[in-house]
Design a protein around this ligand. Structure first.
Ligand code: NI
Ligand code: MN
Length: 226
């Protein structure tokens, strides 16, 4: 069974029987991060939901250091390639079977600019990911509003990682409605309390989810067997 390790904000490692996938590795400058980018084991790949600094984060440095590819929406992937990383471009709605598992890129409603791209050429759609490892599917929603597109994921997700910090993304109540649409077995809130502007009480999310799914609050460094 895969293990999920939380590193603060929206950064997770998904560790399967023979794979290690890193998602949105914002560690440098993340006040909640429990590790630095140089302390992480070599991942098989890095999935990046969008180009904001709190998601692209240390992805380029980790990808270059270990020679592992970044998976990202096409335009963001081209930015990463320009910066010297190996990439695998995808786009919304596409899926692919990789040696490390199956990845499907899904809709997220949010900004698509790439913070480090002064030209603006690489602005694109942000995304969420469905990642299937060892027959278990994890949905990392990225930064997103509540959207009816999430209904399309009903019955296809075992574990849902959902932003609840409000202001830039869903808040706790909308995140509860998102969980009700997707109906995962387990949901883990993310993207809150990293900064003052996304400070919320996660108990509001727990109440909003009710008995629709199990809610697990993770502290940075926590690992949970899925
Ligand atoms: Ni963002
Ligand atoms: Mn963000």
């Amino acid at each position: 069974m895969p293990t999920l390790i939380f590193h603060g904000h929206a950064c997770f490692e998904l560790v399967g029987s023979s794979t290690r996938i890193l998602l949105d590795p914002f560690l440098t400058g993340n006040p909640l991060a429990d590790v630095g980018p140089d302390e992480l084991p070599r991942p098989d790949t890095i999935l990046v939901t969008h180009g904001h600094g709190d998601h692209l984060g240390d992805a380029l440095a980790i990808a270059r250091r270990h020679g592992v590819p970044i998976v990202a929406p096409n335009e963001l992937a081209m930015f990463c390639r320009q910066e010297g990383a190996d990439v695998h471009p995808m786009h919304i709605g596409g899926s692919r079977d990789f040696p490390f598992g199956r990845v499907k890129m899904v809709v997220a409603f949010h900004g698509g600019g790439v913070d480090a791209d002064e030209s603006g050429r690489f602005t694109t759609f942000p995304c969420g990911y469905l990642v299937t490892v060892d027959d278990l599917t994890v949905y990392h929603a990225g930064d997103t509003a509540l959207t009816v597109e999430m209904q399309l994921l009903e019955g296809r997700v075992d574990v849902m990682l959902v932003p609840i910090g409000d202001n830039f993304t869903m808040g706790p109540e909308d995140a509860g409605r998102a969980v009700a649409m997707v109906k995962p077995r387990l949901t883990i809130p993310m993207h809150f309390n990293t900064f003052d502007i996304i400070e919320v009480d996660p108990e509001r999310f727990r109440r909003a989810v009710g008995d629709v799914a199990e809610v697990r609050l993770l502290n940075p460094g926590d690992a949970v067997d899925l």
